[in-house]
Design a binder for this molecule. Structure first.
Ligand SMILES: [Zn+2]
Length: 183
């Protein structure tokens, strides 16, 4: 599958999710056994926030073997996330990476209000670097997604994969409507 087809599949899955309001991914025993025996060929990497209200497989009507999901609060990018992306794109052949932020993000809110201590600061610092002087939470979330996309594209291994057709995109998930909006 090429990147544009993977992207279309995600967006169609999101439309089905909004229309039905239900999870419709394939989690059947048949697919479970098939993918266990023959391996995984996910069509997209989703880097999204750990927020319990943003469930990637449900949002995209995806099931077993469909999505390679990386979740971290605030959908920030560090070495572990980059390594996971390199693996999924380079070894599993994922043609598309979608960074999916969301509105009402607690991590972004904490960054804007400087409310954090301990290891949370490693996440907050990343978000503040992306948000700059922005004080609007939604706009800061969008800037944060764009920053993660930029960081992924700067990675040397990812750059080589981009030359072979890998695409990196950013989007925002709207908690109330269930809609994914491309940035
Ligand atoms: Zn969040």
């Amino acid at each position: 599958m090429i990147a544009s087809e993977a992207f279309q599949k995600l967006m169609e899955g999101n439309k089905r999710y909004i229309a039905s309001g239900k999870y419709s991914g394939d989690v059947s025993e048949e697919t479970r056994i098939l993918t266990a025996r023959e391996g995984q060929h996910p069509y997209a990497v989703i880097l999204c926030c750990s927020d319990s209200r943003e469930i990637p497989e449900a949002i995209f009507s995806a099931g077993i073997g469909d999505l390679f999901v990386i979740r971290v609060a605030g959908n920030v990018i560090g070495k572990h996330e980059l390594g996971s992306i390199e693996y999924a794109a380079g070894h599993l052949g994922c043609p598309l990476v979608l960074v999916l932020g969301h509105d009402h993000c607690g991590a972004v809110g904490a960054a804007l209000h400087r409310e954090a201590d301990g290891d949370i600061l490693s996440i907050i610092d990343e978000i503040l670097e992306a948000a700059g002087n922005e004080t609007d939470e939604f706009k800061a979330s969008c800037l944060n997604v764009k920053n993660s996309v930029k960081k992924i594209k700067e990675n040397a291994a990812v750059r080589r994969l981009i030359e072979k057709g890998l695409e990196i995109r950013g989007a925002i998930y709207r908690l109330e409507r269930g809609a994914v909006e491309l940035l």
